[in-house]
Design a protein around this ligand. Sequence first.
Ligand code: NAD
Length: 340
Amino acid sequence: KKLGIALVGLGSYSTYQLAPALLDTEHCYLAGIVTGTSEKEQIWADNYAIPKANIYNYQNFDTIAKNNTIDIVYVVLPNSMHADFCIRAARAGKHVICEKPMAITVPECDAIINACKKANVKLGMGYRLHSEPYTQEVKRFVKEKTFGAVNYITADAAYRSSSNPDQWRLNKKLSGGGALMNMGVYAIQSIIYGTGENPNSVSAQEFSTRPEYFKETDETITAQFEFPSGAVGNIMTSHNARANRLYASCDHGWFELDPASTYIPLAGRTSNGKLEFPQESQQKLQMDDFAEHILYGKPNRAPGEMGRRDMVIVEAIYESIAQGGKKIDFDFKPEYGFGG
Ligand code: NAD
């Protein structure tokens, strides 16, 4: 059986990554769309053979509950809209995939998790890297201590934004924040699966060089972490620099991914030599993994609790900055440190 997925929000990620990947997936397919732009309806219906009955807008979305051909709703909207649509999808009895960042506050993450529990539906984050072979190799290094214990880890996730001052990513109401909400989540993920631990504490700094462009949202943030094992971590995220890397220094060597979180192709090296894995669509792997989780009980590689943990860290980073770099302590349970 192939599960039917409905994409909510047909922006660039849905158009150029998710929908093409759904032509290759083995355990799910693009069954429906939810769009606020009526001109897109016919184009998508033609391109992906979507029946009229499986096309929804934001107003009639809740009637998707009656549609047995849709099993999973995948929310790919601006960040501040994730909670509303994930909760509505759960109430409609659909399994949910939520794009990153999970929401714009921790209470919103809780509301999504609770709605999915109450409706007895599965919830997965759009954290595609957990299904990707270079990232899985990093997790293996950590689990098997291939290079011994990790002592220091650093991760950068950044690009330079300059083209469109009106985009929703620069609008705090829609994005919840700037580089940290957008790319920073990847850097946070990197240092956690790169150590296999949730952090004990963070202190953070913000830098601004173009306040006229970044009127409401953070431009560049750095943050330092302590981990229970004694490992120390550092992240840099920015909308004003190009960087995409994970590097870990261990007792007996090191490993590095550069790039570490772009779509394709990732690349990696270690103190033992180059890493090489076949390149496949990360989105295809991710959506098939989630479908197999629903169909066959395969582990959920990126559960909602993982998205919530990352939002706790995001909020702590903003709090640390607001308090002049003060160290903020965490009290995490260990189980979502590593991912399935
Ligand atoms: P986008 O700007 O290309 O698309 C956003 C979509 O939301 C558009 O279809 C737009 O019409 C719709 N929309 C509805 N209400 C809107 C409003 N009030 N303002 C603006 N747009 C509105 O964005 P995107 O790059 O597709 O990102 C969508 C989500 O996917 C974000 O949460 C983003 O973080 C996430 N994303 C994840 C990845 C990944 O690798 N996992 C990559 C890109 C984006």
